[in-house]
Design a protein around this ligand. Structure first.
Ligand code: NAI
Ligand code: MG
Length: 348
C-alpha cells in the first residue's frame, strides 16, 4: 500500500487548532482509499522563536526535505516582531524548495452566505508567483531615525521566474475553462511589470487554444467583487496575489474558507499546503476558528500527491457539511472547529 510521509507544522495561533483537525480528516480519508499517511509534527514558528531564538532549527529545511509534503497552518504572534514570520519561515520554505506556484482556488461554497450581490457561480484559481516579485526582501533603510530617513524594497522579475509560473498557469487553464487573466500594473510599474507582461505574452503565444486577457490590479479588485464569474485562471505577482487571495476568501464568505498549495511542480522538493489566512491571534484558543480552508488544503495536497479520488472525496464531504449548515461563527453559525472536522469525516 502506498504511504505518504507528511511533515506537520501547525505554527502559531489557530494553526494549533485547525491543523490537527485537518490532519484527522486526512487520516480518515486515507482509510477509505488505498493509501496510508504517516507524519511527524514540528512545533516551529513564532512560539518556537520565543524559546529558541529562531523560527525553525538550523537543520529544519534539511529535515523537511525528507517528507513527501508539508502540511502547514500559519506563523506569527503579537509578541514577536512581525517582519520575521515570512522571512524566517514562510518565504524561506517557499524559495528554498522552489515552490514557485502559489495555487489558491476560489469558489462558491454551497450553503454559505457570501457578501456579493451576484448569485452567479464562482470557480477560479489564483496562480500567484511565489518566489520573486515584490517580496524578495532586497532593500534597506537609510537613517531611519532621522528626518531624512528612507526605506526601499526592490521588486525582482526574472525571465525564468515569469516563464515558469506562466507555463503553469496556461497548462492549468487547459484542464479548466481555458482562460488566463494576467494581472499587472505596467501602466505605472513601467519596468518590472512591463517585462512581466512581455514575457507572459510570449508564453501565451505557445498556447493558442487558451484565451488570454490582461487586467490591471486596480480594475481586477473591482471585478473580483462585481463580476467574479469571468475569471478562470488568474495569473498574478507575489504581492498582488497575496492581496487578491484575501479578497478571494472574502468573496467566498470568509478568510477561513481558502485553501492553498505552495507548489514545486517539478517535485524536486516537497510542496507545502496551508490555508490562505494567518494565525488569527484575535480568535485563537477558543475552538471557534473555521477549519474549512485547512481541510481544503489537505485535499489540494492529496491531489498534488496523485490521490485525486481522495481529494474529491474531501471536497464532496466539505460541500455536504456546509449544505447541512455546519458553519463556524465567522459564517454566521455556531459549529466549533472540531464539529466541522467531525462532520466532514462523517460525510466522507
Ligand atoms: P489573519 O489572516 O490571521 O486574520 C485576519 C482576520 O481574519 C482576523 O480577524 C481573524 O480572526 C480572521 N480569520 C483568519 N482566519 C480565520 C479562520 N480560519 N476562521 C475564522 N476567522 C479567521 O491575518 P492578520 O491578523 O493580518 O495576521 C495575524 C498574524 O498572522 C500575523 O502575525 C501575520 O504576520 C501572520 N500571517 C501569517 C501567514 C502565514 O503564515 N502564511 C499569512 C498571513 C498572516
Ligand atoms: Mg496573505
Amino acid at each position: 500500500m502506498k504511504n505518504y510521509n507528511i511533515a506537520v507544522v501547525p505554527g502559531d495561533g489557530i494553526g494549533n487548532e485547525i491543523v490537527p483537525e485537518g490532519y484527522r480528516v486526512l487520516e480518515a480519508v486515507a482509510k477509505k482509499h488505498d493509501f496510508t499517511i504517516t507524519s511527524e509534527t514540528f512545533e516551529w514558528g513564532a512560539g518556537y522563536y520565543l524559546k529558541n531564538g529562531q523560527f525553525l532549527p538550523n537543520d529544519g529545511l534539511e529535515t523537511l526535505k525528507g517528507f513527501d509534503a508539508v502540511y502547514f497552518g500559519s506563523v506569527g504572534l503579537p509578541a514577536v516582531d512581525d517582519t520575521l514570520p515570512a522571512k524566517d519561515y514562510t518565504f524561506k520554505v517557499r524559495t528554498s524548495f522552489n515552490q514557485y506556484v502559489n495555487y489558491r482556488p476560489v469558489r462558491t461554497y454551497p450553503g454559505v452566505t457570501r457578501p456579493l450581490r451576484t448569485e452567479k457561480h464562482i470557480d477560479f484559481v489564483i496562480v500567484r508567483e511565489n518566489t520573486e516579485g515584490e517580496f524578495v526582501q532586497m532593500g534597506g533603510q537609510y537613517l531611519p531615525d532621522e528626518p531624512n530617513g528612507m526605506g526601499t524594497d526592490t521588486s525582482v522579475f526574472t525571465r525564468k521566474g515569469i516563464e515558469r509560473v506562466a507555463h503553469y498557469a496556461f497548462q492549468l487553464a487547459r484542464k479548466r475553462r481555458k482562460k488566463v487573466t494576467h494581472i499587472t500594473k505596467s501602466n505605472t510599474l513601467i519596468n518590472s511589470l512591463a517585462y512581466w507582461d512581455r514575457v507572459i505574452k510570449e508564453v501565451a503565444e505557445q498556447y493558442p487554444d487558451i484565451e488570454h486577457e490582461q487586467m490591471y490590479i486596480d480594475n481586477s479588485t473591482a471585478m473580483f467583487v462585481l463580476k467574479p464569474e469571468i475569471f478562470d485562471v488568474v495569473l498574478t505577482t507575489n504581492l498582488f496575489g497575496d492581496i487578491l487571495s484575501d479578497l478571494g476568501g472574502a468573496i467566498m464568505g470568509s478568510l477561513g474558507l481558502g485553501g492553498s498549495g505552495n507548489i514545486n511542480p517539478e517535485k524536486e522538493y516537497p510542496s507545502m499546503f496551508e490555508p490562505i489566512h494567518g494565525s488569527a491571534p484575535d480568535i485563537a484558543g477558543n475552538n471557534i476558528a473555521n477549519p474549512y480552508g485547512q481541510i481544503w488544503s489537505a485535499a489540494i495536497m492529496l491531489e498534488h500527491l496523485g490521490e485525486t479520488e481522495a481529494a474529491q472525496n474531501i471536497m464532496d464531504a466539505i460541500d455536504k457539511s456546509t449544505t447541512q449548515g455546519v458553519l463556524t461563527v465567522d459564517l454566521g453559525g455556531s459549529a466549533k472547529t472540531s464539529d466541522v472536522a467531525d462532520a466532514v469525516i462523517k460525510n466522507l
